[in-house]
Design a binder for this molecule. Structure first.
Ligand SMILES: NC(=O)c1ccc[n+]([C@@H]2O[C@H](COP(=O)([O-])OP(=O)(O)OC[C@H]3O[C@@H](n4cnc5c(N)ncnc54)[C@H](O)[C@@H]3O)[C@@H](O)[C@H]2O)c1
Length: 260
């Protein structure tokens, strides 16, 4: 299977998180020039990870405009956009402040919209340069279709990401843009985000963390949680020539969790 990723250029948001780190590393291994971005990045700081770091708050139109313009000037192309930045507010509906609910929609949903909007022109030009076109990969979640108590806001944002992905895919095809748009739906990933969710669940339910992890494991038929690099490999596949006819698809990386 030919991935055809050598020499392409990718932008990854939320690149300091567990899935972001793994995704940048996996793309880099395939010969992709990776622009890693996150909030509060010091662009002048030297790094030895081989990544080009950019400060990008996904809720800021100005940040998106600056970063995309910089990529166009420096590289002349953007083949892959991974909209990965996200937050998972965990609380009872009757306790969650509206500001927190809106902030999650701003980051998880408007962030994907703004990135898609800012990058589409350059990506459409870049997509014409290689078989399989350019690729936008939105990191959704199993929570897009599966309800979870105390995560109503998060579930709703990820369901929105899923439908935004599908609608963007058909719109780009209608416009003749050679950009494939797909989403990745991880199950429960061994990550800081999951650790924080479990910690909050313990406070909200009085269960122990061990009981909560045991219940989560039951929901993953393959018997363990997801590893960040398994999500990253799904991203690499969707970015690659191998996925050249995958469009508007949802790739579940969850050991079967969506079917339990
Ligand atoms: N961890 C899981 O179990 C899990 C499961 C399914 C889906 N996901 C999704 O995967 C993605 C990555 O999650 P993760 O586990 O690596 O979480 P994480 O908390 O480790 O990383 C999230 C990253 O997003 C960044 N971020 C937050 N707000 C931002 C903003 N306004 N602009 C730019 N960056 C911002 C954070 O700084 C952080 O680096 C998220 O979209 C998350 O919803 C995670």
């Amino acid at each position: 299977m030919e991935l055809g990723l050598e020499g392409t250029v990718a932008l990854v948001t939320g690149a300091r998180g567990n899935i972001g780190v793994a995704t940048c590393a996996a793309l880099k291994r395939e010969g992709v020039h990776v622009i890693a971005s996150d909030v509060g990045v010091d662009e002048a700081a030297a790094t030895d990870d081989g990544l080009e770091w950019r400060a990008l708050d996904v809720t800021s139109e100005d940040d998106w405009a600056r970063v995309i313009a910089g990529i166009e000037t420096r590289h002349g192309r953007l083949d892959i956009l991974v909209n990965n930045a996200g937050v998972a507010p965990t609380d009872r509906i009757d306790a969650m402040p509206l500001s927190q609910f809106r902030r999650a929609f701003d980051i998880n949903v408007a962030g994907v919209f703004l990135g898609t909007q800012a990058a589409s022109e350059l990506m459409a030009k870049s997509g014409a340069l290689r078989e399989g076109g350019a690729a936008i990969i939105n990191i959704a979640s199993g929570a897009a279709d599966k309800p979870a108590a105390f995560n109503a806001c998060y579930c709703a944002t990820k369901a929105a990401v899923r439908m935004f992905t599908r609608a963007t895919a058909v719109e780009f095809s209608a416009l003749g843009f050679p950009i494939r748009v797909n989403s990745v739906h991880p199950g429960a990933v061994e990550s800081d985000m999951l650790g924080a969710i479990v910690e909050r669940y313990v406070q909200l339910t009085g269960s122990t963390a061990d009981d909560l992890y045991a219940a989560m494991l039951k929901g993953h038929p393959m018997g363990r949680l997801v590893k960040p690099d398994e999500v990253a490999d799904g991203v690499v596949f969707l970015a690659s020539r191998a996925a050249r006819y995958s469009h508007a698809a949802a790739l579940h990386v969850d050991g079967g969790n969506a079917n339990t």
